[in-house]
Design a protein around this ligand. Structure first.
Ligand code: RP5
Length: 165
């Protein structure tokens, strides 16, 4: 499944102003060599495009959708309502309310329509979670996640060794 031609992860965002945040998810896909597609899909400014994206993503081979939005962040929840795929929501930091508005908009979903919400601005974790979901069906990818975890542990041990010097 890794290095597949067709994208497995769909990364969408409400505005191009979300892109610097969402780069964290794109970077994870690159690191794990998982194809992703990136699109600006606004729940409020392009509602028909949002419906079309959500309803067709699984037919194009997408397995997980990562959706980032800020403020009245309805994109992840609305996409979750329209797709059978798992949706990971990324609350984007906002100027006035620091992303608390985005977080509450995304995390407070009604029963039946879940959005797996990561911390404010944490597109990196959204990417990792998407890769882990794909890893349930792809042993090579799961092994890479394990090696990534080992490298995290090693970096902590290295820091401790530096402190001990
Ligand atoms: C949301 O409104 C977007 O997700 C973005 O975070 C926020 C502001 O959008 P722009 O005014 O920067 O286009 O829909």
């Amino acid at each position: 499944m890794t290095n597949s031609q067709s994208p497995l992860i769909g990364i969408i965002m409400g505005s191009d102003s979300d892109l610097p945040t969402m780069q964290g998810a794109i970077a994870v896909c690159e690191e794990f060599e998982v194809e992703c597609e990136v699109a600006i899909v606004s729940a409020h400014r392009t509602p028909e495009r949002m419906v079309d994206y959500a309803q067709t993503a699984h037919t194009r081979g997408i397995k997980v959708i990562i959706a980032g939005a800020g403020g009245a962040a309805h994109l992840p929840g609305m996409v979750a309502a329209l797709t059978p795929l798992p949706v990971i929501g990324v609350p984007v930091t906002t100027r006035h309310l620091k992303g608390i508005d985005s977080l509450y908009s995304i995390v407070q979903m009604p029963g039946g329509i879940p959005v797996a919400t990561v911390a404010i601005g944490s597109a990196k974790n959204a990417g990792l979670l998407a890769v882990q979901i794909l890893g349930t069906q792809d042993i090579e990818l799961r092994d890479r996640v394990q090696r990534y975890r080992q490298s995290l542990s090693q970096s902590v041990l290295d820091k401790q060794a530096n402190l001990d010097r």
